[in-house]
Design a protein around this ligand. Structure first.
Ligand code: TEU
Length: 539
């Protein structure tokens, strides 16, 4: 089996904020084409493109109204073909982000389905009669985007299920016709030349009675069916988004012998700083974070494969969340990157992460565009929570933190657009931008370039066995990677105080320094604030 993606690095483009080419303030596909040098200079192997399909854009394209075209907002099908070709010409691959769990309520399938109770597409979605109390929702399921997960539809007096916004009705995968339509659509894209798929909330396609997180009884059957019909023996990369997945489930889903998916995106490490919901803050603590990573490393060491990420379009910026985005912005962004990329698995870089971009810093509700954030604000403020508290939670956790335009240079719209962008550019773009970093060997960008090259050049980085050291240390993140006769030691200071990384075996003091994130320094295992080092020795 050709598991080429085990040594690859994936870069996520969220097109709305990547590069605008036509001056409407919204990023587009010709814009992505203009910026390919940035991606090849970085050295990434795969581009994951967030949805560009026709969509009312209620959830920025994760509400699809036609799976087989491109929204004019982003360009045309010809632009997408050109992007696939241009990436291939540079030795990169394209992974398309497809949303199979739900459609837009403007998709012709849903329009037909909602038309009458007798519609041939009625069972393509989840329609239910009102509950026992007249007019009441069929059950208490809550949408992940606030409020009930059931929406009463006046046309037929029944409710439909929507795990996300009410404009995103869930498809009923129990219908063989739905599964066939999806497989056919995916094959159409494979024939067009795409190299794989990121499958949005794929774990939700089989519903379980207990909750809305999915992982229902037929999930594995559905995945195997897709594998057989679409993925098998084509050398594609399949990445399943699976909120709430356990190590054991991930092992099953990514075991090559089971023929389901190549990778899954787990959520545990980005949930540790949350309470009952993402809006509630909880003390993180380094030991919990690194032990979580270690558990996933161990769990998928023999069978399956890990995905490694800090960021995507749904998460706040890593440097603001796990690092220090003030005085130590560069050092903490590069140390977070080192730690992540030196684990075993396939690393993901989200646009702007390679520049050390910070959270948006929005202070008013009017700054936000994200449906989840706005729904949350409205729901909890009308239930009595103080607006300033809600704004503080949004500032910390809103998905819009990741969605401000990529900062290409220090000009008025950061080189993203000639017009006012659809969402405000971060004020710090004057200082934090790609142009300022490109030629600077100490920049965050240069560090990402080195990390990606290291994965390609040093087999121990991609493949080596993992062992966590100092699991309870509050400041130091240390681990080894061992491959044949080569051993790497990663030591990182995740704090703003100097520290000695007292790893058990002292023989490391005079090992070769493969990569550091700060210039100069005393060498050895004494680490300055947010300093990290990768050492190599031969056994
Ligand atoms: O996200 C699914 C998901 O469960 C979360 O990432 C969720 O958006 C977040 O935790 C909310 O707090 C996927 C997409 O990545 C996201 O952008 C979409 O909004 C969502 O599915 C619906 O398609």
């Amino acid at each position: 089996m050709n598991e080429w993606w085990r040594t690859a690095v994936v870069y996520q483009v969220w097109p709305r904020s990547f590069q605008d080419s036509d001056g409407d303030g919204v990023g587009d596909l010709p814009g992505v084409l203009q910026r390919l040098d940035h991606l090849s200079d970085l050295g990434v192997d795969v581009v994951w493109l967030s949805p560009v399909f026709p969509s009312p854009q209620v959830d920025n394209g994760y509400d699809v109204s036609n799976y087989q075209d491109v929204d004019p907002l982003f360009g045309s099908l010809a632009d997408l073909d050109a992007l696939i070709q241009a990436l291939h010409a540079r030795g990169m691959r394209l992974v398309l982000d497809v949303v199979l769990n739900h459609t837009s309520d403007q998709h012709p399938w849903f329009i037909e389905s909602r038309g009458s109770r007798e519609s041939p597409k009625r069972d393509w979605y989840w329609w239910r009669a009102p509950g026992e109390v007249p007019g009441a929702e069929p059950n208490a399921w809550q949408s992940l985007f606030s409020g009930s997960a059931w929406q009463l539809d006046d046309a037929t007096g029944e409710y439909y299920l929507h795990t996300f916004a009410r404009q995103q009705p869930d498809l009923n995968w129990e219908s063989p016709q739905v599964r066939a339509a999806m497989a056919e659509m995916l094959c159409w894209w494979v024939d067009r030349g795409v190299d794989g798929f990121r499958l949005d909330v794929i774990s939700m396609i089989s519903k379980a009675p207990a909750n809305l997180l999915g992982f229902g009884p037929r999930l594995h059957d559905y995945l195997r069916e897709l594998h057989e019909a679409v993925f098998a023996e084509k050398g594609l990369l399949t990445i399943g988004e699976t909120p709430g997945i356990s190590v054991a489930q991930a092992q099953r889903m990514t075991d090559p012998a089971r023929r389901e998916l190549d990778l899954v995106l787990e959520f545990e490490h980005v949930s540790l700083d949350q309470g009952a919901t993402k809006w509630e803050a909880r003390q993180l603590g380094l030991p919990r974070l690194k032990q979580c990573f270690a558990r996933w490393q161990e769990g998928l060491a023999g069978t399956g494969w890990n995905s490694l990420y800090w960021n995507n379009h749904d998460q706040p910026r890593a440097v603001s969340r796990f690092g220090d985005d003030g005085e130590h912005r560069v050092a903490s962004a590069t140390t977070l990157a080192t730690v992540l990329h030196l684990h075993r698995g396939t690393p993901f870089v989200f646009q702007g992460e390679e520049l050390g971009m910070r959270n948006a810093g929005f202070t008013a509700l009017a700054d936000y565009r994200d449906v989840e954030s706005i729904n949350h604000y409205e729901a909890v403020v009308s239930a009595g929570q103080a607006p300033h508290e809600v704004l503080a939670a949004l500032q910390r956790m809103s998905r819009d933190n990741a969605r401000t335009p990529v900062q290409w240079d220090g000009s008025v719209h950061a080189g993203f657009s000639t017009a006012q962008p659809w969402i405000a550019v971060n004020q710090d773009h004057v200082e934090v931008n790609a142009a300022a970093q490109r030629e600077d060997p100490q920049s965050v960008l240069a560090h990402y370039r080195r990390l990606i090259a290291l994965r390609h050049d040093v087999p121990a980085v991609a493949l080596g066995e993992f062992a966590l050291l100092l699991p309870d240390h509050e400041q130091v993140w240390a681990f080894t990677r061992t491959h044949l006769d080569v051993q790497l030691l990663v030591v990182a200071n995740l704090s703003d105080r100097e520290v000695e990384a007292d790893v058990p075996d002292t023989g490391w003091a005079d090992a070769e320094l493969l990569l550091g994130n700060l210039p100069g320094g005393r060498g050895g295992l004494r680490l300055r604030p947010w300093e990290s080092r990768v050492l190599r020795r031969t056994r």
